[in-house]
Design a protein around this ligand. Structure first.
Ligand code: HEC
Ligand code: HEC
Length: 279
């Protein structure tokens, strides 16, 4: 009698444990997935990156785990699937997000659990209590001023021009640590996709500074308006040849100036000497 009850309990625990384990890992997955929402949704459409609904069925599990942990290495190795996706997604490389293998598995469990739901249930996220504030109307000029640092970012982060170029401001103006942002509006999927990445700046180099000093909603709106206005321009590759040529021209100029000055001095010298010595 006792032993049969015990056996039943044991059986129940045996049946329930995996459920608990699964939901725990799915919960950890939900937390870790917050690092991905700047670029991905599960069933609400693509942002800068693809919609991940049903991705577990589409790709090999080991591929997915490795991709989430080290996308940069897989792209560098020229992985065929990754390279194809990179082309499809406007050459935006998915950044390494500092995810461990365990976290990656938890994220995949979470994506799997969310993929089962139909898309009608997906906008649950938007239903969270966000205050009904009308979206800030972006202003191109303010956006440009923020980009250039004429207007400081409210949270004290360095201005974009420190590290980024935009054709609109001319050829030698911006920094080159980060990519040219002239066409970033279309590359990141317009207003929605770009806003999403600007608010959380999931880029490895920027994260260091901007996770502590995030861009505000209104700053993002102004920057987006500015980037939208520059989108039609052609990105200018600042190539080294051009720079070397520039330096070369500078050097030539220096020599010319030197020759000119010498000529003037010779003339002056003569002008003074001849009357004196000629006497
Ligand atoms: C800055 C934007 C960005 C962030 C942040 C990001 N991704 Fe991606 N992701 C992409 C892009 C873009 C692609 C398409 C491949 C490429 O261009 O590198 C992609 C592709 C993927 C794929 C492959 C989809 C498919 O159809 O095979 C998976 C899975 C994925 N990302 C998961 C994640 C997870 C999980 C995170 C968070 C830890 C994350 N991504 C964070 C941009 C991002
Ligand atoms: C300290 C240097 C630095 C500053 C300041 C900075 N960025 Fe970046 N940003 C980078 C780097 C480097 C990258 C390339 C990805 C990486 O390594 O993180 C990047 C990537 C980006 C990208 C993705 C571009 C692409 O083509 O994939 C966007 C968008 C962006 N930055 C916007 C901004 C904006 C807007 C500002 C100003 C509010 C800004 N950044 C300020 C360094 C910076």
């Amino acid at each position: 009698m006792i032993s049969s009850v015990f056996r039943l309990n044991a059986l129940a625990i045996f049946l329930i444990l995996p459920q608990i384990a699964f939901s725990a890992s799915s919960e950890a997955g939900e937390t870790a997935f917050q690092k991905c929402i700047a670029c991905h949704t599960i069933g609400s459409g693509p942002l800068a990156g693809p919609d991940l609904k049903g991705v577990n069925a589409k790709r090999d599990n080991a591929w997915l785990v490795r991709w989430i942990v080290e996308p940069d290495k897989m792209l560098a190795e020229g992985d065929v699937i990754a390279t194809g996706l990179l082309k499809e997604f406007n050459n935006i490389p998915m950044p390494p997000m500092g995810i461990t293998e365990t976290e990656a598995k938890a994220i995949l469990a979470y994506i799997e659990s969310k993929s089962g739901e139909n898309s009608a249930a997906a906008p649950e996220k938007e239903a969270s209590p966000t205050p009904v504030v009308p979206p800030v109307q972006g202003d191109i000029e303010t956006g440009k001023n923020l980009f250039l640092g004429r207007q400081a970012l409210a949270n004290g982060a360095p201005s974009c021009i420190t590290c980024h170029q935009n054709t609109e401001i001319g050829s030698m103006g911006g920094g080159t640590l980060g990519p040219d942002l002239t066409k970033v509006h279309s590359r990141y999927g317009g207003d929605v996709g770009l806003k999403s990445v600007l608010l959380s700046t999931p880029f490895p180099t920027m994260r260091g500074v901007f996770s502590e000093k995030p861009i505000s909603e209104s700053e993002a709106a102004h920057l987006i308006a500015y980037f939208k206005s520059t989108n039609g321009r052609t990105e200018q590759q600042i190539n080294e040849k051009f720079l070397i040529k520039g330096i070369g021209i500078g050097f030539l100029g220096l020599i010319l100036v030197y020759i000119l000055i010498s000529l003037i001095w010779i003339k002056r010298f003569k002008g003074v000497r001849i009357p004196m010595v000629g006497k």
